[in-house]
Design a binder for this molecule. Structure first.
Ligand SMILES: NC(=O)c1ccc[n+]([C@@H]2O[C@H](COP(=O)([O-])OP(=O)(O)OC[C@H]3O[C@@H](n4cnc5c(N)ncnc54)[C@H](O)[C@@H]3O)[C@@H](O)[C@H]2O)c1
Ligand SMILES: [Zn+2]
Length: 370
């Protein structure tokens, strides 16, 4: 049985949808047919990803009975803006999209967030399909319905919860992904193992090093990559189904992220890509949890070994600890008043902890810089 025959369901009542995890675009026409037949389909993408996979996706849309049109945005986080969003909307008008049309997001998280917000907004909402092509997008951003753009004042400040009708992951597209992006995506994979799944964790302990070696050598991606992605999708789908709008259990997906956001802010988003900051953040969270007596030193060491096998950093950059504490406080304000840390208790199990032990946190952060 191929992975595509048993899709992962995101259970949201009448808005439920399936995530198809496949090793090619072969099954895409079958998945798209009920969604696009007789409709105009705007493929929102960027020139990089469109150049690699636009042809295959257009062919699949045609085979499914739809009419493809490319709507391209420039490549880069700096283009996830309202002005580019406006251009995308105008291009949808020019392409003749109506209320029965469909937007397909083909690319990483930037394209997916833009495509999702476009689908949520165009004529007050049209059909959306995600075709994620980065590891981060495949295991994280394409699932769960968060869409939006950045403002100068901050990231992701404008947007909507808007669920796709389907997600189709051809994980073989990762073969062309730059190595640093692949490693960064692995941080989110490691996160899923630690927060929810000891069996996935053991698989990662076995396979992270050989998978990374294959990537460095530009060798074919091992099949286990598809299995790992599928398991991450199941975990995220389960969490999202339980808490669509992030009022409760969905917070565990932020494991490592309180630290990561502070590190990203203090280094002005220049030093690390997101996944690298998350890796440092997970190591900081586990070290702090151990200092609090919540988890064993063995857990900290096992997590560190997998992070390092993925070629990701664990050392906290030399930033002022007072400034880090101030960044936590700003994050707390932005999130509505409660400083929250997701801390591991055992592999596959985390605890949501409100507030902090300030002196222990400060000494942990100082020690991590040594
Ligand atoms: N909506 C959510 O729930 C959610 C969750 C996490 C992150 N995000 C957002 O996701 C964005 C980051 O996404 P990302 O890490 O995927 O970065 P990205 O979208 O910028 O993609 C990284 C780079 O890889 C290129 N690329 C994509 N697929 C490729 C492929 N298969 N082969 C070769 N190159 C490829 C892209 O063109 C880009 O240059 C951020 O804007 C973040 O806010 C959203
Ligand atoms: Zn993240």
């Amino acid at each position: 049985m191929t992975a595509c025959e048993t899709p992962v369901q995101v259970n949201l009542g009448s808005r439920s949808y399936y995530i198809h995890v496949a090793a090619s675009f072969e099954e895409l026409p079958n998945v798209l047919a009920p969604l696009v037949e007789g409709r105009r389909c705007a493929v929102v993408s960027n020139p990089t990803v469109w150049g690699l996979y636009g042809g295959a996706v257009s062919e699949a849309i045609v085979a499914a009975g739809g009419t493809p049109v490319a709507v391209l945005m420039p490549d880069g986080e700096e283009y996830k803006t309202l002005s580019v969003f406006e251009r995308v909307m105008e291009d949808c008008v020019t392409a003749g999209l109506d209320r029965s049309s469909v937007i397909l997001g083909l690319g990483g998280g930037v394209v997916g967030d833009m495509a999702g917000f476009a689908a949520a907004s165009y004529m007050r909402g049209i059909g959306l399909v995600h075709l994620p092509t980065t590891l981060l997008a495949q295991v994280d951003s394409a699932i769960g319905g968060k869409t939006g753009v950045n403002l100068v004042s901050g990231k992701n400040l404008v947007g909507a919860f808007y669920q796709p009708r389907a997600v189709y992951i051809n994980w073989k597209t990762l073969a062309s992904l730059p190595e640093r992006e692949m490693r960064a995506g692995f941080a989110e994979v490691i996160k899923y193992g630690m927060i929810a799944d000891a069996a996935l964790w053991e698989l990662l302990e076995e396979t992270t090093a050989p998978v990374m070696a294959a990537i460095s050598a530009h060798a074919p991606l091992p099949e286990v990559v598809g299995e790992i992605i599928r398991r991450c999708c199941e975990i995220k789908a389960g969490v999202v189904a339980a808490d669509e709008c992030e009022s409760g259990v969905r917070a565990i997906l932020n494991y490592g992220h309180t630290f990561a956001h502070a590190i990203e802010t203090l280094t002005r988003y220049r030093t690390y890509v997101h996944g690298e900051a998350v890796a440092i953040g997970m190591h900081a969270a586990a070290t702090y949890a151990h200092a609090l007596g919540l988890c064993s030193a063995e857990l900290v060491a096992r997590q560190r070994a997998v992070i390092e096998a993925a070629g990701l950093p664990t050392r906290l950059p030399r930033v002022n600890v007072d400034e880090l504490m101030a960044a936590f406080a700003r994050d707390k304000k932005a999130r509505g008043g409660s400083l929250t840390f997701i801390l591991p208790e055992a592999i596959g199990r985390v605890k949501v902890v409100h507030g902090c032990d300030e002196s222990l946190l400060r000494s942990t952060l100082t020690a991590l810089q040594a």
